[in-house]
Design a protein around this ligand. Structure first.
Ligand SMILES: Cc1cc2nc3c(=O)[nH]c(=O)nc-3n(C[C@H](O)[C@H](O)[C@H](O)COP(=O)(O)OP(=O)(O)OC[C@H]3O[C@@H](n4cnc5c(N)ncnc54)[C@H](O)[C@@H]3O)c2cc1C
Length: 429
């Protein structure tokens, strides 16, 4: 069935109702704009990525969601720790050594089905129209300008929607970046992850109950251990594909079970309780978009950049970019001006955040780097490391990078993320 008239009743169309899309939608609808969210799934839906970091507080506060989160069952999180293969644990990095314990320094481990539904319902409450079970198939263009999208409903109905601006918040499938040929890989961050869930397994007590543990295995692989509410734990292993599949092992459960033996802390914590649900696997890792914008099209969240999740930066970048995108779009809608330069600050600020986190991620995977060695040599570096791990990503970390460079090389910044301006026809890469 084809609906042959385009629905032009919108100021902004948002592809995807995950954290970036829902936060942009809530903000824009709250400012009185007519916002349409097109989401392929029916919420609540499963999603990985459950650990937040402190600087999600800012966007969540702007969204007006802090009271809901404080009243939720989500597990509170105050710190992150690292454990060695022999089970030895580092001192926890408590965020409250640097930030206010009652606000920024306390964050949450969330169940994404519940958290994402909370965000999407919030967008609805603020006035956004949300359509679920509708997949965007195509960007509608006139020359280089995106005029809207074509989408297909679950019942097969094809629909067309138009608006002066479309936000691509489709997650790491990066709907627009793939179609525009903008997607760039990060060659050194090409990992595989295998994960599952445990119920009733061992967890820390008191203030450490909700702590994220990053547990090292050989070859710079690592486990995440994320305690959630309802006595559930999300636990997954990340490493080079070659390492995980050594000896021809391919089955996710077999990979997972073998690596559990490689870290005594993980082995001990999973020695009680029961494994629940499927084993998941992904090999889609770290990618960047060459541009954040072209006329009529803005990218946010994973659709703009998906960074290796070792420091749990994904939700921060999704919420932050959703809110930042809404600011830039609001101004453009008010001015009725969608010229690319309006979105330069957005792209530059987001890339600055990403590049800071990316440096720490590169250091983490370098065999010559350890947090312990850096802090032994420069005790004051612990504060800056805590800041970066907290997601305070737009500050100047040049001191920290200079110190870390004494142990291992760090990557140059990628010259990516500026708006694409067809008038200039210069490859701004
Ligand atoms: C293994 C792994 C572990 C991770 N761990 C963490 C962690 O601990 N902490 C953390 O902060 N982050 C983590 N992340 C990252 C985190 O999951 C993402 O950064 C976050 O979900 C990004 O939000 P988003 O809104 O950009 O995209 P998503 O949450 O993926 O939402 C995108 C939405 O768009 C919809 N969609 C896609 N295509 C279409 C289409 N064509 N039409 C309509 N709808 C569409 C999808 O159904 C989806 O609901 C992890 C990621 C992985 C892979």
């Amino acid at each position: 069935m084809i609906s042959n008239t385009a629905d032009t009743n919108w100021d902004a169309i948002i592809i995807g109702g995950g954290p970036s899309g829902a936060s942009a939608a809530a903000m824009l609808a709250g400012q009185g704009h007519r916002v349409l969210v097109l989401e392929r799934e029916k919420f609540p839906r499963y999603h990985v990525g459950e650990s937040m970091i402190p600087f999600t507080y800012g966007p969540l506060e702007r969204l007006g969601l802090i009271p809901k989160l404080k009243g939720s069952a989500f597990q509170k999180k105050f710190s992150v720790q690292f454990t060695q293969p022999n089970g030895q644990a580092s001192q926890p990095f408590y965020f409250f050594t640097r930030y206010d314990k009652e606000t920024v320094a306390q964050t949450w481990q969330v169940l994404r089905s519940e958290f994402d539904e909370m965000l999407l319902n919030h967008a609805r409450e603020r006035g956004a129209e949300v359509m679920e079970e509708i997949a965007v198939r195509e960007l509608v263009r006139q020359g280089e300008t995106v005029l809207g999208v074509k989408a297909i409903r679950k019942d097969g109905t094809l629909m067309e929607f138009r608006a002066p601006i479309t936000l691509d918040c489709s997650g790491k499938e990066s709907f627009a970046a793939v179609r525009n040929g903008w997607r760039a890989k990060d060659p050194y961050l090409n990992k595989v992850a295998v994960w599952t869930y445990y119920q009733g397994s061992k967890r820390e007590q008191g203030i450490d109950e909700g702590q994220t543990t990053v547990a090292m295995i050989p070859d710079k692989g690592w486990f995440w251990h994320i305690p959630q509410h309802n006595d559930m734990v999300s636990v997954g292993v990340v490493a080079e594909g070659k390492y995980l599949a050594r000896g021809g092992v391919k089955e996710p459960k077999a990979i997972f079970d073998r690596e559990v033996e490689e870290n005594l802390w993980i082995k001990d914590h999973l020695s009680v309780g029961k494994q629940v649900g499927p084993y998941y696997l992904t090999s889609e890792y770290t990618h960047h978009s060459r541009h954040c914008y072209s006329p009529g099209l803005l990218l946010a969240g994973d659709a703009f950049c998906f960074l290796d999740p070792v420091f749990s930066s994904g939700l921060l970048l999704a919420l932050k970019s959703g809110v930042m995108a809404s600011d830039a779009v609001h101004e453009a809608l008010v001015a009725r001006d969608f010229s690319p330069e309006r979105f330069t600050d957005y792209g530059v600020a987001l890339r600055r955040s990403i590049e800071n986190m990316r440096k720490l991620v590169y250091a983490f995977y370098n065999p010559d780097f350890s947090f312990k060695d850096v802090i032994m040599k420069y005790p004051e570096a612990a504060d800056e490391i805590t800041d970066c791990l907290s997601g305070d990503l737009n500050k100047d970390f040049s001191h920290l990078w200079a110190r870390i460079r004494e142990f291992c090389p760090l990557p140059d910044e990628l010259a990516l993320g500026l708006p694409f301006d067809p008038k200039l026809q210069l490859a701004q890469v």
